[in-house]
Design a protein. Structure first.
Length: 240
């Protein structure tokens, strides 16, 4: 993948993404300093790069000002308080794929109520979003817990799936931490398991799964029973 980090993004992310095999440039390192937003947009468009930014206002700015190529802009950015309703909508739209698949006693309408989403954010889940032409199409959370980092609540709008959005978000979040990464998902959501395996994660044993879910997640016993855990190479090396 080809990424462009603007000046608001964490510079170490560029090195991590490069080590993962991606083509990464950074405004602070590879271009003139103090570029205008128009210039950053032109670079991303001309070099066909996904822009990674911590500047929440950047997307609103380029579309409000109708800058050239704005309608073609793909961006990955941190989500903020005013994204809450959009995050809520994306999660509950995409989670409908679970209905009739996961155990019936684990399904509810809506799948994630607003109160639960607020608690997750208050407990330290930081959402990142994939934005295209000014619209947030997918979200994925990251949460540091003790000595690991968890990937949480990864969802893409149902009409925008199978376009690589989840993979781009996951790649970006892999570059946000030097800790081992763990992911929990429903055992019956086989498509989710395959997605994470495609990106280098591996299922842990049932015994390890139970230990990890009880150590790093706060979930009911029934969810522990019906879930699986996948780990990245850093975790697997540590436990070999």
């Amino acid at each position: 993948m080809k990424f462009l980090l603007d000046e608001s993004a964490d510079f170490p992310l560029a090195e991590v993404l490069s080590r993962l095999g991606h083509d990464v440039t950074a405004i602070a390192r590879d271009y003139s300093h103090a570029l205008r937003d128009e210039d950053v947009l032109a670079i991303a468009n001309n070099e066909e790069r996904i822009l990674i930014t911590n500047d929440h206002d950047f997307g609103e700015l380029i579309f409000r000002r109708q800058l050239p190529h704005a309608e073609e802009m793909n961006m990955i950015r941190q989500c903020h308080d005013d994204d809450f309703e959009t995050i809520y909508d994306i999660i509950n739209d995409a989670a409908r794929a679970y209905k009739g698949v996961i155990p019936a006693d684990r399904w509810q309408e809506p799948y994630m109520p607003r109160e639960e989403l607020r608690r997750e954010i208050e407990d330290g889940v930081q959402f990142w979003g994939y934005e295209e032409a000014g619209e947030l199409l997918g979200v994925m959370g990251i949460q540091p817990v003790q000595d690991v980092t968890l990937i949480r609540h990864a969802y893409v709008r149902s009409d925008s799936q199978k376009q690589g959005i989840g993979g781009r978000l996951l790649t970006t979040l892999q570059g946000q931490t030097g800790r081992p990464l763990l992911i929990g998902t429903w055992a019956d959501a086989t498509w989710a398991v395959r997605f994470y395996e495609k990106h280098g994660f591996r299922l842990v044993s049932p015994a390890q799964k139970e230990q990890l879910l009880r150590a790093y997640w706060s979930i009911p016993d029934r969810q522990v029973q019906t879930s699986v855990v996948l780990a990245d190479e850093r975790w697997l090396r540590r436990t070999a």
